[in-house]
Design a protein around this ligand. Structure first.
Ligand code: HAM
Length: 418
């Protein structure tokens, strides 16, 4: 009872500092590309998520009946809420919509390194654009973020493919419609589940063993040359992917991206380009993932609107940064520690603190009688840059003593010049 729920995290101030540091970088990569922030409730109607393609995420729902007898769920992902919001204002929103958010998401998953039962997930999405330019812009947001935390293209790779590759291959085998999304969901697990389990699931869907082996061989392709030989010459998937890689070139991010047909993604709603970032060493789960989902609103009963986006968790990235020695040492942001010598100078110390605060300084005022030794230690613990001491003699002349904690220099400064 006194322990947090398994798979959930407490954020002590030192954890919160890091979280804010990370989120600030999420915010700034999105804002620098012209995205605006939105939010939605963590509690949604269960039916927003009960898709029928056999996705893991549906089985991991935190769902229950509320006191009014409504079936509700904690959101496992943001995309359906976003779709709901866009749908509610359909026609009234200027297109393209470029929105981002950092929601907490809940999934009843097996907890492991980089995976918990709650996580914060940076979501960046563009709605109302058919062109591949939107997908490329998302990749640029991602790279800008990676750059801002000190990661390079030697540390990680964004693997890209398109659902259309599999759609075209299945089409050539005479498999279309409903079966496509279900196949994608199964195929996504190919590297996580034993071969025979995946094969059994695919054959349950009605795929012959020849079809399964064709799919396997196509999913093994990791270069565009081989892809073009595997698909027909007028393949939409191929043309789309070629343009996407050429746009990456224009953004100067080619080193960060590579083609990999095995990227399919485990969510049913993707329809076009899909991508995932992975650490190059292959030690961690996916850092982030996304893709195009042009038909999601249709499945919710609205009129389809093209959309593309990604979700980026806060857990795997911190593991990667730790592995690379890139987690910053952050102080708690206090600039000045103000200390009044004795109870009589408490009021004076408050005046000094108030003056510094209104000048924009971040001030921690010592509120009790403490020994000088404690005050110095406290200032050090806070990571303060200055110790401002209110002492009887100096105060009598309207002055305070300031110690610069970096250089050790001390000076006496008049209140007016603080
Ligand atoms: P997803 O691949 O299920 O996609 O999740 C995206 C990212 O969220 C993952 O790559 C990972 O970083 C993080 N994540 C997911 N589950 C967990 C977990 N249990 N613990 C820690 N981190 C986790 C989606 O959710 C899509 N809705 C993303 C999207 C947005 N697609 C288009 N727009």
């Amino acid at each position: 009872m006194t322990q947090g729920v398994r798979g959930t995290r407490d954020f002590y101030p030192e954890d919160m500092r890091l979280r804010n540091w990370l989120f600030e970088r999420f915010h700034s990569a999105a804002r620098s590309h012209g995205f605006e922030e939105y939010d939605a409730p963590v509690l949604e109607s269960e039916e927003l998520y009960t898709r029928k393609a056999g996705e893991e995420i549906v089985g991991q729902l935190y769902n229950f009946e509320d006191k009014g007898g409504r079936r509700v769920a904690l959101r496992p992902e943001m995309t359906p809420s976003l779709a709901r919001m866009v749908m509610a204002r359909a026609g009234g929103l200027a297109l393209p919509i470029k929105w981002y958010s950092i929601p907490q998401c809940w999934r009843y998953e097996r907890t492991q390194r980089g995976r918990g039962r709650e996580h914060y997930q940076w979501n960046v999405d563009i709605w109302g654009m058919n062109g591949i330019e939107a997908d490329a812009e998302l990749l640029s947001v991602l790279v800008q973020f990676f750059d801002s935390v000190g990661l390079s293209s030697e540390d990680l790779v964004i693997r890209i493919s398109s659902r259309k590759v599999l759609e075209e291959v299945l089409g050539s085998l005479g498999l279309e419609g409903e079966i496509f999304a279900q196949t994608c969901v199964i195929v996504d697990k190919m590297d996580k589940l034993p071969e025979d389990v995946v094969e059994a699931q695919l054959s349950d869907l009605g795929l012959s063993s020849e079809s399964i082996s064709t799919i396997r061989s196509v999913l093994g392709i990791t270069d565009m040359q081989s892809l073009s030989s595997a698909l027909s010459s007028d393949s939409e998937a191929l043309i789309e992917l070629q343009s996407l890689f050429s746009l990456c070139d224009s953004y100067g991010i080619s080193d960060w991206v590579s083609f990999d047909a095995s990227v399919v993604r485990g969510l049913a709603y993707y329809t076009g380009p899909v991508f995932e970032a992975h650490d190059r060493a292959g030690n961690l789960r996916a850092i982030c993932g996304g893709g195009r989902y042009d038909k999601l609103i249709g499945t919710l009963g609205g009129n389809d609107l093209p959309a593309t986006g990604f979700g980026f968790g806060d857990m795997v990235i911190m593991e990667l940064l730790a592995d690379k020695g890139l987690v910053p040492e952050l102080s708690n942001g206090v600039g000045d520690v103000v200390f009044g010598m004795g109870t009589e100078l408490r009021g004076a110390a408050m005046q000094v603190a108030a003056k510094l605060r209104s000048a924009g300084r971040t001030v921690d005022l010592v509120l009790e009688n403490k020994k000088m030794k404690w005050v110095f230690k406290h200032a050090e613990r806070c990571g303060a840059t200055r110790l401002v001491m209110v002492m009887p003699d100096e105060w009598a002349e309207g002055k305070v003593r300031i110690k610069n904690l970096d250089s050790g220099e001390e000076s006496t400064v008049a209140m007016d010049n603080l």
